[in-house]
Design a protein around this ligand. Structure first.
Ligand code: PXG
Length: 458
């Protein structure tokens, strides 16, 4: 396979700087440097316009679960575009791809989630969550239950509601967020916050932050608790095993909806179909996106529990929807994507082959002088870069070392993402054991180079 580019790298970079406002980007800084132009991709690898091959250890943006270059998805899109590229489902019409995908989703998602509300992305799915949980409590005759409890450093999207649900302070600072009625509690980040507690003790303590917040606000004011099973963009924060059982205990005693944001964890990422399966949780609402189509086309949605649907059923019209809710072409691609996950036993491959192999190889990176902790779950993993391995002391200017290591990574042919001073990965689920070896060997080499640039002896 080769790139079919019409312009040179320099021409593309100049036009990019002249006209393209990238997401989450310092525009001046990027235009000085010039964007790397990605030209094509296959399997777990990307190529740039200068012909460099790069191992994509982030699966795009946590989404290309089945890997790049699957002809079947291109064919599914082309066939659907010929038959019916677009039609809406607002005014008492429907279409086969939307219906078939809804049925498939009710099969692969946890028990009790049998209906889907489609969106175009994860952010939109979480906007739907906010509208739907408040509408639900309105239907139940409890319109004062409006508050949604989320967690610090959570990521739930970049729209007004998504960024408000998220717990990213720099995002809140731009635009006067969060919107009213959203509060945040501690995240279960053992490496950062445990203050000497064991993982088990700390997991229970972090979960009880929810109980304290509920006591403070009053259950009669709270609509829902939203959380990612494993926090992704916040830095692959894997909760201690004691966390989710304690959250379940708390929620079982209270009349609060549980929203599990599966935008990253869904569709096999953790070695189960959903993070909720991994932690044995039955959410009331479950936003999802990314791996739903392996990122080949934009689609998301919210799975809605039978309990919530029964109430919505009695509530008259729900005044909510997107032009592209249930977009037929995106649905056709999502169907083919899920068929591939099923037919090729990709979730089982993650659970039985890839995740155990990654865990073993990744753990060994903890021996590196820069690494304070190496953790993984399924096919997400993180390294905490520290100044002092013995004490866990961080580098003084948070984020500088992470960015340095990230740049070294891409120069060495691997994409890892830096979150503050942690390096994180989320590779395509089809990664083989020998490709995991290649990934970890590259990571080790990049850590060595980072250490040597920092003057730390490796
Ligand atoms: N929920 C979660 C858990 C996510 O990770 C969204 C919602 C929003 O999805 P959309 O499709 O609207 O982007 C996400 C998205 C990063 C990064 O830097 C992560 C995401 C998006 C952009 C960047 O790690 N996750």
């Amino acid at each position: 396979m080769h790139a079919r580019l019409n312009l040179s790298t320099a021409e593309l970079q100049a036009l990019d700087a002249a006209h393209y406002l990238h997401p989450f980007t310092d525009y001046k800084q990027l235009s000085n440097k010039g964007a790397r132009i990605i030209s094509h991709a296959d399997g777990i690898y990307l190529w740039d316009s200068d012909g460099n091959r790069i191992l994509d250890a982030m699966a795009g943006l946590w989404c290309v679960n089945i890997g790049y270059g699957r002809e079947e998805l291109a064919r599914a899109a082309a066939e659907q575009m010929r038959d019916l590229p677009y039609y809406n489902s607002f005014f008492q019409t429907s279409h086969e791809p939307g219906i078939r995908l809804a049925e498939m989703l009710s099969e692969v998602t946890p028990e009790g989630l049998d209906h889907v509300f489609y969106s175009g992305s994860g952010s939109e799915a979480n906007d739907t969550v906010v509208r739907m949980v408040r509408h639900y409590w309105g239907c139940k005759g409890k319109p004062e239950k409006t508050v949604i409890i989320s967690r610090e450093n959570a990521y739930h999207g970049s729209t007004m509601a998504g960024a408000s649900l998220g717990g990213m302070k720099p995002m809140h600072a731009q635009g006067g967020l969060p919107i009213p009625g959203i509060v945040h509690i501690e995240q279960p980040y053992w490496f950062e916050n445990s203050a000497g507690l064991s993982r088990r003790e700390y997991g229970v303590k972090a979960a009880r932050a929810l109980e304290h917040k509920l006591d403070q606000l009053g259950d009669d004011k709270v609509a829902a608790f939203i959380a990612e099973p494993i926090q992704g963009a916040g830095g692959v924060i894997i909760p201690p095993d004691s966390y989710w059982p304690e959250i379940k205990r708390i929620l079982d005693e209270r009349d609060i909806l549980l929203v599990m944001d599966e935008v990253i964890c869904g569709f096999g990422r953790t070695g189960e179909w959903f993070g909720s399966d991994l932690y044995d949780i039955r959410p009331d609402l479950m936003p999802m996106a990314k791996g739903m189509s392996s990122g080949y086309l934009p689609i998301g949605g919210v799975m809605v529990s039978d309990r919530v649907v029964e109430t919505l059923w009695e509530g008259g019209e729900f005044f909510h929807g997107y032009t592209y809710s249930g977009h037929p072409t995106c649905c056709a691609v999502a169907i083919k994507n899920i068929e591939i996950l099923q037919d090729e036993n990709i979730v089982e491959h993650v659970r039985d082959v890839a995740a155990p192999h990654l865990a073993e190889r990744w753990e060994a990176l903890a021996d590196h002088p820069l690494v304070g902790e190496a953790r993984s779950a399924g096919l997400v993993a993180a390294l905490e870069l520290v100044k002092d391995k013995a004490t866990g002391e961080r580098f003084p200017e948070v984020g500088t070392t992470g960015s340095l290591c990230r740049d070294i990574c891409i120069d060495n042919g691997i994409i890892m993402r830096a979150v503050r001073d942690s390096m994180i990965i989320s590779p395509p689920l089809i990664i083989s054991a020998s490709q995991i070896d290649e990934l970890v060997d590259l990571a080790w080499r990049c850590l060595d180079q980072t250490a040597s640039e920092l003057g730390v002896s490796a």
